[in-house]
Write a protein that binds this ligand. Structure first.
Ligand code: SAH
Ligand code: SF4
Length: 360
């Protein structure tokens, strides 16, 4: 079997691996041993799984591959936010961002080591402020490519990741099945063991998938990229608003909150003269109150080739104070330095291409 035709073993859930080990039947503890080698000891080859019989190792190698994604570039330094650029097996590029413990994530101090991961190559939703949307959609990431980002960042940084945000390149809910499968592997005690409460999925507002997620048993957190408090403003910067307008989106959020008994977060990028007027802050407060949602304000991060600007510090603070005056729990991301501290998923692919010598 060629490498390409083999299933990546890291895309399997525990019962699926057990089932694959039925013919010929292996003792029931084998699946546990294999998962341990993959996720605890991080074996890169079946040969290393020395407590498995040689014949089983050979059979596994015949049937499965153990994928690994290559880091082609790291930006940033050890004690600040670091971006990892990966080259996938087909030459596509994605990135993950490691936000170290005690740095400000959304203005809140966190003692967790957070990774922001990608779910697609590119994005089909074309938000007007976002680098990932600018170059269109290439493909969905498979579950193992999502899980491998965390494994690769842990290996390269020597840090144990204990918080995850799906806010890198791509729209996670548009790749629902692979993302949910990856989350199960990330969350499972036999997998990476990251608690569901420490996993946040961010969406630009795919209404049917928000409802679907509400019916999933996993209690992960959900963030909604709102970025506009009226349809006129939101449609100007987020084309998806023409398909699912704010009221439709908020109704799906009502459903989610009712099912999950959980607080949502609204993300709101502040763009000068576009969505930063006082009236937007007042209406945003109303939406947040309806759902008891928290609000994360993110000053727009400049993207090469786009002419939007972030509002002045004063205007950012003013927007925040209006939300707080309305009793909303809100934070403002205050960035200290250059681009590297900014939002994840923001490197333009054109800039990235020169780093990958794969099949481009
Ligand atoms: N597609 C999903 C998740 C990826 S985007 C979503 O849209 O929610 C993750 C976050 O990065 C979103 O809140 C997005 O709005 C933000 N982001 C995108 N471009 C940005 C920019 N130029 N400056 C600051 N934040 C940005
Ligand atoms: Fe896609 Fe999210 Fe960027 Fe919009 S903000 S283009 S949905 S990645």
């Amino acid at each position: 079997m060629t490498a390409a035709a083999k299933i990546d073993i890291k895309s399997l859930l525990f019962p699926e691996l057990q089932e694959k080990l039925q013919e010929p039947a292996e003792p029931s503890y084998r699946a546990g041993q294999i998962m341990d080698w993959l996720y605890k000891k991080r074996a890169g080859a079946f040969e290393q799984m020395t407590d498995l019989p040689q014949s089983l190792r050979a059979r596994l190698a015949e049937k499965f591959s153990i994928g690994k994604i290559d880091i082609v570039r790291v930006l940033g330094s050890r004690d600040t936010t670091r971006k990892f650029l990966f080259c996938l097996s087909d030459g596509n590029l994605i990135e993950s961002v490691l936000i170290p413990a005690s740095s400000a994530l959304y203005g809140e101090k966190s003692d967790r080591r957070t990774v922001c991961i990608s779910t697609q190559v590119g994005c089909a939703y074309g938000c007007k402020f976002c680098a990932s949307g600018l170059e269109g959609f290439s493909r969905n990431l498979r579950a193992n490519e999502i899980v491998d980002q965390i494994i690769a960042v842990e290996r390269a940084s020597g840090e144990k990741i204990d918080n995850l945000v799906f806010m890198g390149m791509g729209e996670p809910l548009a790749n629902f099945d692979h993302v949910m499968r990856a989350i199960r592997i990330i969350n499972a005690p036999w997998g990476l063991g990251i608690g569901a409460r420490h996993i946040t999925v961010s969406t630009s507002g795919l209404v049917p998938q928000i409802k679907k997620l509400a019916n999933e048993p996993l209690h992960i957190r959900l963030a909604i990229s709102l970025h506009g408090a009226t349809d006129a403003v939101r449609s100007q910067i987020m084309p998806i608003n023409r398909r699912y307008n704010i009221e439709t989106l908020l109704s799906a959020c009502d459903y989610y909150v009712a099912r999950k008994k959980q607080r949502l977060t609204f993300e709101y990028i502040l763009i000068a003269g576009v969505n930063d007027a006082d009236e937007q802050a007042r209406l945003l407060s109303r939406h947040a109150r309806r759902l008891s949602a928290k609000v994360n304000l993110i000053p727009y991060n400049r993207i090469e080739g786009l002419s939007w600007l972030r509002p002045s510090q004063n205007q950012q603070e003013r927007f925040l104070s209006i939300l707080r005056a309305h009793g909303i729990s809100a934070t403002l991301r205050r960035e200290k330095g250059g681009d590297i501290d900014a939002a994840c998923g923001q490197l333009r692919l054109q800039t990235k291409r020169k780093f990958c010598s794969g099949a481009l």
